[in-house]
Design a protein. Structure first.
Length: 367
């Protein structure tokens, strides 16, 4: 199936951060994010979700290496890896395999901060989704969204790209749950997708997923995707204010332009979105960024890492997520990552991890 990209994520900006190992609290409003960090936003709902299970959240949050006071304000900033650890602990404490879904269910379009407000004042659903994809980097530098269209269907995809991220399946569940909430806020509570694709093992109880998404849910997929009618992109958003939209767009432009972006992180985000589409060669990425291939290589080497090394890092991360969180066959994972044969993927994975993918999956490494 050929899917044509409508919009790709815009590059984000970064700032210096501490390497002390202590939880970092950055002023949430008016600041851009360092790579690997995320505004709490949707994740602020983790604490009340834990309470719903009778679990006191503060000890769990501390065990994840975070200060519970951070969760008092959704604009506070935490490392994306700490979010993954917190979700892993939350699933264990509650014994709920769909904990991430419950977190996303509680969140609203306003949980997406300034980007959510821009979506509310976009002219059409298509404009709102493009705003989300283009600007999520001011709120989240651990995952990347994309929007594509093929025939009569639109595809909203959400992919975790931070290396060694735990609970990528929980993050994907919650992210699609809040994205559906956001679309329903814009189009009406009656809105439903055509189907949902999730990169996670089929749960014993599928009903919570069907109940929230109100659509067929397919598990053991390569990516987290909301599939919906492409015609819905033209739906107009009631109450959208053009003046507020212009003000929000200007503020977001200021945030993006406030500080220089970390180029290698921008490449990682682009690769995570495109690696499974066979449009991710160095020439492809250079063309996308309107620069010469040699300029791309020079800028990456200036940051201490070449294009091939970054590509392999992202391939390893995708492979880890699919091996850990799904039962997708090795041949399918190999093809998705651009390998002509499963044996070539096996050799590459052994170089990266010291183990074959079959052994790695059997040993049940933490996500």
């Amino acid at each position: 199936m050929m899917i044509n990209d409508i919009v790709s994520p815009a590059t984000g900006s970064s700032e210096e951060n501490s390497t002390s190992g202590q939880p970092i609290l950055l002023a949430g409003r008016g600041r851009t994010l360092p790579p690997g960090y995320i505004h709490l936003g949707v994740s602020k709902e983790i604490a009340p979700t834990l309470r719903d299970f009778g679990v006191e959240p503060d000890p769990v949050i501390r065990e994840a290496g975070l200060d519970p006071h951070l969760f008092e304000d959704g604009t506070n900033v935490i490392p994306h890896m700490a979010l993954g650890r917190l979700l892993t602990l939350s699933v264990a404490r509650t014994n709920c395999p769909h904990f991430g879904l419950l977190v996303g269910q509680r969140a609203t379009i306003l949980s997406l901060g300034m980007v959510g407000r821009l979506m509310q004042h976009s002219e059409t659903l298509g404009d709102a989704m493009r705003a989300l994809v283009s600007n999520l980097s001011i709120q989240n530098r651990g995952a990347v969204p994309s929007l594509a269209i093929s025939g009569d269907a639109a595809y909203f995809t959400f992919s975790v790209y931070q290396p060694e991220a735990e609970s990528a399946d929980q993050i994907s569940d919650g992210s699609l749950a809040v994205a559906v909430n956001a679309i329903r806020a814009l189009c009406g509570s009656h809105w439903n997708p055509m189907e949902i694709l999730l990169p996670r093992i089929t749960p014993a109880d599928q009903e919570p997923f069907r109940r929230h998404f109100r659509a067929p849910v397919r598990f053991n997929q390569e990516s987290a995707i909301i599939v919906f009618p492409a015609r819905d992109l033209g739906l107009r958003i009631a109450g959208a204010d053009p003046l507020l939209r212009a003000m929000l767009e200007e503020r977001i432009r200021q945030l993006k332009g406030a500080q220089g972006s970390e180029f290698s992180d921008d490449i990682r985000r682009l690769l995570r979105m495109r690696l499974t589409s066979n449009h991710c060669s160095a020439d492809d990425i250079a063309h996308l960024l309107t620069m010469h291939r040699r300029t791309l290589s020079r800028r990456l080497k200036g940051g201490g890492m070449g294009y091939r090394a970054i590509t392999n890092e992202i391939r390893f991360e995708i492979a880890r997520q699919l091996l850990q969180d799904t039962q997708v066959p090795l041949t399918q994972i190999a093809a998705a990552l651009g390998y002509s044969e499963a044996s070539a993927f096996t050799r590459a994975f052994r170089r990266w991890s010291g183990q074959t993918p079959t052994t790695w999956r059997a040993e049940g490494h933490p996500g």
